[in-house]
Design a protein around this ligand. Structure first.
Ligand code: GLA
Length: 377
C-alpha cells in the first residue's frame, strides 16, 4: 500500500448534546486512530478490508450510491464515497486496508474517524486537497447516509485539533480555537463496557433529544440557541423554562442552555488553570445529562461515581451516552490512585475488562489535517 491516512478519535471534555443546536463544544483528539493504507486504482472500484472480524467489502463508485444493509460497516465506506462524489464527482477508486486501535461504539467517534479517513483517502487518490472549511461543509451531512445526523463536533475535532490542546469548536460560523491544556491536567477515558451502537433504538433516542430541544427553542420564539444563550447573558435559565409546559422540552432546554454556560466557564477555567472548578463543571454536566436529558445509564452513573470516590476532580459521560465511555479528570499526581480505584470499585467484577482498551490515558493529539503531511501529493 502506498499511502496512509490516520484519523484520531476524540473525547469530548464538555459541551454534550449541544453541537447540533449550533452551540460551542470543547473536545480534544486522542492518540488512538483509525488507520487506512491505500493505493489508488485506475477504475472506479472501492475495495476495503478490515483487520479483525469485519472482513472485506467492495463496490463500484457511481454518482449515486444506495445504502448497503442497515448496520453493515460498508455504509461508512459508501457514505464517504457518496459525500465526496456529490461535491467533486465520483473519481478513481482505491484498494484500502483498515486498522484501528479505537474502541468501537464507545462514544470516541470511531465511526466518524472511519468516514473521515475513507473520504480523505478518496480525495487524495484523486489529488483533491480541500480545506478544513470545505470538509466541514460536507462531512457532517455525509453521516446522514448511515442514519445519524449528529452535529459537527466530531468531524472538526478529528480533523483539526492540536497536540496538547482542547478544541473550542464553534458553529455559525464554523471555527476551531485550540485551548492549551495545563501540563498537569490529565484525562482518563474509562469504558463502561456497555456498548452504545449508533443504530436502531439509540438513533431514535438521540433524535428525540434533538427534536425536544428544537421544539423548546421555537416555542420560546428564538431563531437559534446562540441567540437564546446570548439573551440569557449568563443568567439562570430556570425562569425562562417556566414558559415551557412540556416536561421533555423544558428539560432539554435546561440541559442545552446550562451546558452552553458550562462550556464558557470551562474554557475560562482551562485558561486560568482552575482544576477544581473545571472538575465541578464536569460533574454538573453529568448530572444534567443524567437527570434532564436522560442519556446516561446505570453503568455510566456507577462509573462516574466510582471515579469521584477514587479522587477524580470531575467525571462525566462523554459522547452521545446510552453506554460507552466516561471522561475522568484529575491532576497528574492523582492518576494512578484513580486508575486503581476504578479497577477496585468498578471493573473488578466485570468480565472482559482489558485495561489497554478500556481504561485509556487520553493524550491530547493532532487532528489528521495537522500532522499528516499529505502523502498522496
Ligand atoms: C454524538 C454526535 C455528536 C454530538 C454527541 C453528543 O457523538 O456525533 O455530534 O452530538 O453525540 O454531544
Amino acid at each position: 500500500m502506498d499511502h496512509l491516512v490516520a484519523v484520531p478519535g476524540r473525547v469530548n471534555l464538555i459541551g454534550e448534546h449541544i453541537d447540533y443546536h449550533g452551540l460551542p463544544v470543547l473536545p480534544m483528539a486522542i492518540g488512538r486512530h483509525v488507520r487506512v493504507s491505500f493505493r489508488p486504482r485506475t477504475d472506479r472500484l472501492i475495495r476495503a478490508s478490515s483487520v479483525g472480524p469485519f472482513g472485506h467489502r467492495e463496490f463500484e463508485w457511481t454518482a449515486h450510491l444506495d445504502c448497503a444493509m442497515s448496520g453493515d460497516w460498508e455504509n461508512y465506506l459508501r457514505a464517504a464515497a457518496q459525500t465526496v462524489g456529490a461535491r467533486w464527482g465520483a473519481g478513481v477508486g482505491i484498494d484500502a486496508s483498515i486498522e484501528s486501535d479505537l474502541p468501537p461504539a464507545a462514544g470516541l467517534s470511531s465511526s466518524t474517524a472511519l468516514l473521515v479517513a475513507m473520504a480523505l483517502c478518496l480525495l487524495r487518490a484523486n489529488r483533491i486537497e480541500p480545506r478544513f472549511e470545505e470538509l466541514m461543509a460536507i462531512l457532517p451531512d455525509g453521516e446522514q447516509f448511515v442514519g445519524t445526523r449528529g452535529g459537527g463536533m466530531d468531524h472538526a475535532a478529528v480533523l483539526a485539533s492540536r497536540r496538547g490542546c482542547a478544541s473550542l469548536i464553534a458553529f455559525e460560523p464554523m471555527s476551531l480555537r485550540p485551548i492549551p491544556i495545563p501540563r498537569e491536567w490529565e484525562f482518563l477515558v474509562a469504558h463502561s463496557l456497555e456498548t452504545s451502537e449508533k443504530s436502531g433504538q439509540r438513533r431514535q433516542e438521540y433524535n428525540a433529544r434533538r427534536t425536544a430541544g428544537t421544539a423548546a427553542r421555537e416555542r420560546l420564539g428564538f431563531r437559534s440557541y446562540r441567540e437564546l444563550v446570548e439573551h440569557l447573558a449568563g443568567d439562570d435559565p430556570g425562569e425562562m423554562a417556566q414558559r415551557l409546559d412540556d416536561p421533555l422540552e423544558r428539560d432539554a432546554f435546561l440541559h442545552v442552555t446550562s451546558e452552553a454556560q458550562r462550556v464558557e466557564a470551562a474554557v475560562c477555567d482551562m485558561e486560568r488553570g482552575d482544576a477544581v472548578h473545571f472538575g465541578r463543571l464536569l460533574n454538573e454536566s453529568h448530572a444534567s445529562l443524567r437527570d434532564r436529558l436522560r442519556v446516561s445509564c446505570p453503568a455510566l452513573d456507577r462509573l462516574v461515581d466510582a471515579a469521584c470516590e477514587s479522587g477524580a476532580l470531575g467525571a462525566r459521560l462523554t459522547g452521545a451516552g446510552f453506554g460507552g465511555c466516561a471522561v475522568v479528570f484529575c491532576e497528574h499526581d492523582g492518576i494512578e490512585d484513580i486508575e486503581h480505584g476504578l479497577i477496585e470499585r468498578y471493573y473488578q467484577d466485570i468480565a472482559g475488562f482489558d485495561p489497554p482498551r478500556h481504561l485509556i490515558r487520553a493524550e491530547p493529539s493532532d487532528g489528521v489535517l495537522i500532522h499528516d503531511p499529505n502523502p498522496a501529493a
